[in-house]
Design a protein around this ligand. Structure first.
Ligand code: SAM
Length: 281
């Protein structure tokens, strides 16, 4: 492993705003962020209070919690935290050296509402309690184009069932991607399982709603992978939806048949995937 990576790994072990596979955290995030803002340090996870979102007597003290999945360097986590200081934000990714970047920026700017969890997304239900999360952003995830890898797509029903376990009723999922195939796949999932689409566009920056100040600010945050333009599509695709229905396992077979029809062999998406491999660090 390179020297730079080792330095970053050592740094995040010291950061209060980075947790690696933390145990016993469901229900404790509001309390964690209160301690992150005020100390004492180091924060003892065992001593944090568990707050049940629907039953706490002091609901006004509970700040909305938003997750960024596959956050990489955490541009959305940090960007949203700057825009919305009264809310809390957690970026999750497996790569510690990428998380280091966002966590370092948050520390430098003194953002008390930003944290990162280093973990596999497959493990995500270990970390959050029922109703603890208000929103999820999925930003430029690997499109996992091969049919054999479809279950690794972060908008596959297998993952949506995990998110449903801790999302509040009516909680929103945002997907931002440059992959036309991942966009089409996600739309297919939403339609097949009867979920509610709030917004969907295959060319985000050309849409009328981007003229609105609020949307501009959130959706105009650019991530590292957005900047790479690996797909060369020059079109950012965006879907905002709710996981407001059960996702019966029986429908997964129908989904498999549907997506087999548009499995790609060598589109610019496939080139993108190879590009990612070449750029992996
Ligand atoms: C293409 S990068 C996008 C990073 C960032 N969101 C951006 O737009 O710059 C995909 C990220 O997903 C992370 N990732 C992929 N599969 C994951 C998994 N199962 N669990 C956690 N992180 C994962 C990778 O480590 C990588 O940082």
């Amino acid at each position: 492993m390179g020297q730079k990576k080792l330095i970053k790994f050592a740094a995040i072990k010291q950061y209060e705003n980075v947790l690696e596979n933390p145990q016993g955290m469901p229900g404790k995030w509001n309390s964690f962020f209160e301690k992150l803002a005020s100390g004492p340090y180091p924060i003892s996870l065992d001593e944090l209070s568990v707050i049940k979102n629907n039953t706490s007597t002091n609901q006004s003290a509970i700040k909305p919690l938003t997750l960024e999945l596959a956050c990489g360097r955490g541009e959305y986590t940090v960007g949203l935290a700057r825009l919305l200081p009264a809310q809390n934000f957690i970026g999750l990714d497996i790569k510690g050296n990428r998380i280091w970047k966002g966590a370092s920026i948050a520390n430098k700017e003194g953002l008390p509402n930003v944290a990162f969890v280093r973990t596999q997304i497959d493990q995500i239900t270990q970390y959050f309690d029922t109703n603890e999360v208000a929103e999820i952003w999925i930003t430029f995830p690997d499109p996992q184009l091969r049919l054999s890898k479809a279950k690794k797509r972060l908008t596959h029903p297998k993952f949506l069932r995990l998110y449903q376990q801790f999302l509040q009723p009516g909680g929103i999922v945002h997907l931002k991607t440059d992959s036309p195939n991942l966009y089409l796949f996600t739309k297919t999932v939403i339609e097949l399982y009867g979920l509610t689409v709030i917004t969907a566009t295959d060319n985000l920056y050309e849409t009328a709603f981007m003229q609105s100040d609020n949307w501009n600010q959130k959706l105009a945050i650019k991530t590292y992978y957005e900047g790479l333009n690996i797909a060369s599509s020059n079109r950012i695709h965006y879907i905002q939806f709710k996981i407001d229905q059960d996702l019966p396992i029986e429908k997964d077979e129908i989904l498999k048949e549907m997506i087999a029809e548009f499995e790609v062999t060598e589109t610019h998406d496939a080139k993108r995937e190879r590009g990612i491999k070449a750029n992996e660090n």
